[in-house]
Design a binder for this molecule. Structure first.
Ligand SMILES: [Zn+2]
Length: 210
């Protein structure tokens, strides 16, 4: 007799679920992986599902992004475009280390960061994503590549698109990372050390303006 799914206890379990330590049905796996079920991110079902969702959501995310930023593109504001691409690329690199990132954590992390770039000092939370992105942005400012104002505007625009696009689960994370994968010529992080990676990250957005 077939074993029933360890999650719904109704349908037959078909996939080995490393998070639950038993067989799960494809429906429960598809609906709950990476959200209710904290998948180990090397699970092949998680990986396959994630890639599928990134491919599916990248285009709608890109459209939302273009709509929001049409005047920046038309005005050929290259510095601001670089700042926008840098913010998105940094979210992507953060996601590579934390693939269960949710829309809420992404939006909160960027909103906390935005506060730090405001002229008035306000207390902010030390969230992992906030710290990660902040470090790289500060380096870009120190190197004279971007100004605080450009970064503040890039953050505010990214957050606006993010709020509109989020489905309250992980749809934004998947759309944004899918778009970055397709549109930005990011360095392959496995072939370089930390220092090289930080350096190329900062120069990468220029490649957008060919
Ligand atoms: Zn099930």
């Amino acid at each position: 007799m077939a074993k029933t799914c360890v999650y719904c206890n109704e349908r037959p379990g078909k996939r080995e679920c490393p998070a639950l330590g038993g067989l799960i049905c494809p429906i429960c796996c598809g609906e709950s992986r990476g959200v209710e079920i904290k998948c180990p991110t090397d699970c092949r079902y998680f990986q396959r599902g994630e890639e599928f969702q990134q491919e599916k959501r990248s285009e709608p995310y890109r459209e939302a992004w273009f709509e929001k930023n049409s005047e920046v593109l038309e005005g050929e504001n290259h510095r601001l475009l670089n700042a926008l691409a840098l913010v998105e690329s940094l979210v992507y690199f953060y996601y590579e280390e934390d693939q269960l990132l949710t829309d809420d954590r992404l939006i909160t992390g960027l909103s906390e960061l935005e506060k730090r770039f405001k002229p008035i000092e306000v207390p902010t939370q030390n969230l992992e994503l906030t710290e990660f992105v902040d470090d790289a942005l500060v380096k870009a400012i120190e190197a004279g590549r971007l100004t605080e104002e450009q970064i503040r505007e890039a953050l505010s625009r990214t957050i606006e698109v993010a709020r509109d696009f989020s489905d309250g689960s992980r749809g934004l994370v998947q759309g944004l990372t899918g778009r970055v994968k397709e549109d930005y010529n990011l360095p392959d992080e496995h072939n370089m050390d930390e220092g090289q990676r930080g350096e190329s990250l900062i120069t990468t957005p220029d490649q957008l303006n060919r």
